[in-house]
Design a protein around this ligand. Structure first.
Ligand SMILES: Cc1cc2nc3c(=O)[nH]c(=O)nc-3n(C[C@H](O)[C@H](O)[C@H](O)COP(=O)(O)O)c2cc1C
Ligand code: SF4
Length: 438
């Protein structure tokens, strides 16, 4: 079935002038919370099976099947928690912010459904520190939902009282990594944990915890309302459903657009984002900077969870597409990306802490015009050493940095090689010049 129109964004008008925050009465007047009522008439097992059947995969970056994750919760071990991942710090990603800024109740309904299905005592919405406005919007929306008895009541058929809180982060990218998030939620430094134990077994406060992204949870009311087959009628065999795509960079209309998974990137750019701006398409990041880069001949890449295998990138990630043209300086672009990783590395693992910093220094040197021919292989080697051997680092940040560096070098080698000079310039050794440059 072709994509018949917005699902997650159905209450948010395309015209920015007409967009407004939807309160709970307006939400309910358009069918809001009907799905929760429908879910409450089902058994938890039926809901979990429905989510498994729908093939809903996590929208936070890794694409892990949502229902299977819920099934990891140990039977009869309580209390259980839900941590909603609203950290959204991956550069190029602003879909959760956009959805929640206008339609916060759809997230809250998704949370209430997940809590009913999994017998959750407490849900924490962990929101990125910089999202001041969105935190206020959520707090207000939560107040409205409490007033209607959505939260703070016994989950029907149990003695479990379900409460929901907004918990604000302090602005660290690493707190989006699920175990970094849990540490931060517990009031500690947001250092990712070594796994196992996985959060489903010992998560927040050492209790069984589900961690789901905002958009993943926002899909639940629609799956309950229309069913698993309807959800699977959109997207591809491995990547079901509608998806929010953030498009930024050199396009005429940057923004968040909804389409089915598997849409071609070229269609997304031309049909929705107003086409390429100021130049010819050259490269694009498919889903946040950790995913690596798509090349010039990959403009028609299908944006689904199989993208990694097909196009030599890490994956679909957050589906935050960043578009670059023949006017973009790709060397500076990669330097900026690596600067981000070096700044955000939490520093626990040597390959990540040192590797991101070295790569940043090398790229600074290249941008300043003092790159050496051997820097190309050295960058590749440092990148690979951070990402190619599973188990060398605690979390995925290091591998994200590796994919960014490796794919820029593999797909655009000439841009980098053209900036690398010989070891001596004007009689001064390059090391001395480079030292001055970085
Ligand atoms: C460095 C790093 C940053 C991450 N940042 C986020 C984030 O901001 N939001 C998010 O939902 N997931 C993020 N993730 C993925 C989470 O660890 C986790 O997979 C996700 O929240 C699970 O939810 P989902 O299954 O609904 O996608 C990040 C992962 C890594 C390694
Ligand atoms: S890989 Fe990097 S960000 Fe992740 S835990 Fe290790 S040092 Fe921290």
């Amino acid at each position: 079935m072709a994509f018949a129109g917005p699902v997650l964004l159905k209450r948010i008008p395309d015209d920015p002038a007409k967009r407004k925050l939807i309160n709970i009465d307006e939400y309910m007047a358009t069918g809001g919370y009907e799905s929760l009522r429908k879910a409450q008439a089902m058994t938890p097992e039926q809901i979990i099976q429905l989510v498994i059947d729908s093939n809903l995969r996590g929208r936070g970056g890794a694409g892990f099947p949502c229902g299977s994750k819920w099934k990891f919760l140990p039977k009869d071990l309580h209390p259980r928690y839900l941590a909603v991942n609203f950290d959204e710090s991956e550069p190029g990603t602003f879909k959760d912010r956009y959805l929640t800024e206008y339609d916060p109740q759809v997230l809250l309904e998704g949370i209430a459904i997940a809590a009913f299905a999994n017998r959750i005592t407490t849900s924490y919405i962990y929101i990125r520190g910089e999202y001041h406005l969105q935190a206020k919007i959520l707090e207000k929306a939560l107040e409205e939902a409490y007033a209607k008895g959505i939260f703070g009541q016994k989950i029907p058929g149990t003695e479990i009282v379900h409460n929901c809180y907004v918990h604000r982060g302090a602005g660290a990218y690493i707190c989006g990594e699920e175990t970094g998030l849990l540490e931060s939620l517990e009031g500690k430094r947001g250092w990712p944990r070594i796994k196992p134990p996985f959060p489903a077994i010992a998560g927040a406060f050492a209790k069984p915890t589900i961690i789901n992204n905002v958009e993943t949870l926002a899909c639940l009311p629609y799956i309950i309302e229309y069913g698993a087959d309807w959800f699977k009628s959109m997207g591809t065999a491995s990547s079901a459903g509608p998806k929010l795509f953030g498009v930024s960079g050199l396009v005429h209309k940057p923004g968040v657009y909804e389409e089915e998974l598997g849409i071609k990137m070229s269609t997304l750019i031309e049909k929705y984002a107003g086409g390429i701006k100021g130049g010819k398409y050259r490269a694009a990041i498919p889903g946040g900077v950790s995913m690596g880069v798509l090349g010039t001949d990959q403009y028609d890449a299908e944006l689904d969870f199989d993208i990694g295998k097909k196009y030599n990138v890490l994956g679909l990630g957050t589906a935050g597409v960043i578009v670059m043209t023949d006017k973009t300086d790709l060397v500076v672009m990669l330097r900026n990306i690596v600067r981000f990783f070096a700044h955000e590395s939490c520093g626990q693992c040597t390959p990540c802490r040192e590797g991101t910093a070295w790569m940043h220094k090398m790229l600074n040197r290249i941008v300043a015009g003092y790159g050496k021919p051997r820097d190309f292989d050295l960058l590749m080697e440092v990148g690979l050493s951070m990402g190619s051997m599973p188990g060398t680092t605690i979390c995925g940040l290091a591998d994200g940095a590796n994919w960014a560096v490796r794919t820029f070098l593999e797909k655009f080698p000439e841009d980098f090689k053209a900036r690398l000079k010989s070891d001596h310039v004007q009689g001064v050794t390059l090391d001395a010049q480079a030292a001055a440059a970085v």
